[in-house]
Design a protein around this ligand. Structure first.
Ligand SMILES: [Zn+2]
Length: 508
């Protein structure tokens, strides 16, 4: 085993957050995590703006902000079109850690990290993340690894989405999350055993899904509860911890271990639909034609029928999805079948955004049916920013919006054009979404998602270099430079992140 041990071993929990992981460690539900915390160093890891899975993991993989990496959300703007483009591994505009390490002669193994479909070719192997459409497509590099994996493990499931819980029993849904965690953990242990790698990373997406679905229950920390759902939730974390321990045990004495997440989690106090706000304030108009009404009616009838389909059968069938369209439908917030915005009458709109809000001006010469002249753009942005800053939570009267930024204030790089003009950041535990189909401005937590993302993710380090890291204010973009530093590779100037390894301690 020692000669097979990677020099850097990374485990990632999507949406992992200390506010629940530390109580779970202290309560004895996650003893391996407790050991990691006791023997190493840990801190919050600052996510991207927005703290959403695709830009955050892309920042982890590239060391770059979304303006350089080209990945801002699940979708990107396309100039000249109102239909945003789905984010895939091909959206990434700068080299990833896997590519950098591969080119540096480092052999890599990467399992289930998001935004790796289609799978890129590397020096080593890679298994695409949960956005892969189906196992009938090539989802690994090298391609034959996919079949070997399925042969070895029986199957290799794609992680469920939050919306897959609709119509299912909580216990069935949780059992499915445990099964998926098992397969990913077993895949990692098998590949650690059989493949020699210098850098190895395994990602668990199930942590994000359980927290979206059961945050209210998790945050009770009622570890003694006899309620079957609660018992099953703690079973999930016990199970996850078992794999954390077994994977971490594969690290040799010369290795460094990281546990990381892309963003944290918290409760949902209230949500606001940005397009409803734009409509109420006279910036956006909806189409009123009969066609829109008919299409909306057909869609809502279809949803009712789908909801009646046997839940377990749907869970079992979900990996059998075939068409390319499935890729779109796998996204956390499914896109509306029909866009009701009347762009010929709208000065601004929100086409993307799931945690923070975004607003795009409908500019002449940039958008397909733009109506705002360039010379009015800055004034319009200033007016919207000023009005948004007055928005109050309807229940508490607290300010809802923390800050509104113009994209150029936050981002730099050649892919800034994919990012909306304004980024609307809510106060803690308030959320924004584009809400094109909504009628009401404010919404309670979605019935299927009582938890949502916060910017504070996690990083814990143990092993050879643990004491040599500056963890005073680490950012997710710092991970690539830090890992490159461990491998003795020079960090290029274009990266936004910096190595967290302390020079003076390295020499000591
Ligand atoms: Zn995430």
């Amino acid at each position: 085993m020692p000669n097979q041990s990677p020099k850097v071993l990374v485990v990632s929990f999507d949406g992992g957050v200390w506010s629940n992981l530390i109580p779970l460690a202290k309560a004895g539900i996650m003893p391996n995590l407790k050991m990691l915390l006791d023997e190493g160093a840990h801190a919050n890891l600052e996510s991207t703006i927005p703290p959403v899975t695709p830009p955050a993991w892309t920042a982890f993989m590239t060391g770059c902000n979304p303006g350089k990496s080209g990945v801002f959300d699940f979708y990107q703007y396309q100039e000249g079109s109102y239909k945003p483009l789905l984010t895939t591994s091909e959206s990434i505009q700068v080299p990833t850690l896997w590519k950098i390490l591969s080119d540096g002669g480092v052999r890599v193994g990467v399992i289930d990290v998001p935004i790796n479909y289609p799978p890129p070719d590397v020096n080593g192997f890679i298994i695409s993340g949960w956005e892969r459409p189906s196992n009938k497509k090539v989802f690994t590099y090298p391609p034959e690894l996919g079949n070997k994996l399925i042969e070895k493990l029986g199957d290799y499931p794609i992680c469920l989405r939050t919306f897959d819980r609709q119509g299912t029993k909580d216990i069935d849904f949780l059992n499915n999350l445990i099964d998926i965690t098992t397969k990913v953990g077993d895949a990692a242990l098998w590949l650690l055993e059989t493949e020699k790698t210098d850098f190895f990373m395994v990602h668990f997406q199930t942590t994000d899904i359980i927290q979206h679905s059961f945050w209210s229950q998790i945050a009770t920390f009622d570890f003694k509860s006899s309620d079957p759902t609660m018992v099953k939730i703690w079973e999930f974390y016990r199970h996850l911890d078992k794999y954390l321990g077994e994977i971490k045990d594969r690290l040799g004495s010369e290795g460094t271990f990281f546990l990381v997440s892309d963003h944290g989690f918290g409760p949902v106090k209230r949500r606001m639909a940005v397009n409803v706000w734009l409509k109420d304030n006279g910036y956006l108009k909806l189409k009123q034609d009969i066609g829109t009404q008919i299409r909306t009616t057909v869609k809502s009838t279809a949803i009712k029928v789908v909801n009646k389909v046997d839940a377990l059968a749907r869970l079992k069938n979900r990996i059998k999805r075939k068409s390319e369209e499935d890729l779109d439908q796998r996204i956390i917030v499914p896109r509306a079948a029909h866009d009701p915005i009347d762009y010929k009458e709208s000065r601004a709109f929100s086409g993307i955004g799931t945690v923070y809000g975004t607003i795009q001006l409908n500019l002449i010469g940039r958008e397909a049916s733009g109506i705002v002249p360039e010379r009015e753009a800055e004034m319009l942005k200033a007016e919207i920013i000023q009005k948004l800053s007055n928005v109050k939570d309807p229940m508490s009267g607290e300010p809802f919006i923390k800050a509104v930024y113009k994209k150029e204030e936050l981002f730099s790089g050649s892919s800034v054009s994919r990012i909306p003009d304004l980024i609307v950041i809510p106060h803690t535990n308030f959320y924004l979404f584009s809400g094109t189909q909504e009628k009401e401005l404010f919404h309670e937590a979605h019935p299927l998602s009582c938890g949502n993302h916060v910017p504070e993710g996690i990083v814990a380090i143990s092993g050879k270099w643990a004491s040599k890291f500056d963890l005073s204010s680490p950012m997710i973009t710092d991970m690539v430079p830090s890992i490159m530093d461990i491998f003795g590779l020079n960090v290029p100037d274009y990266m936004d992140g910096k190595s967290l390894l302390l020079r003076e301690k390295l020499l000591a």
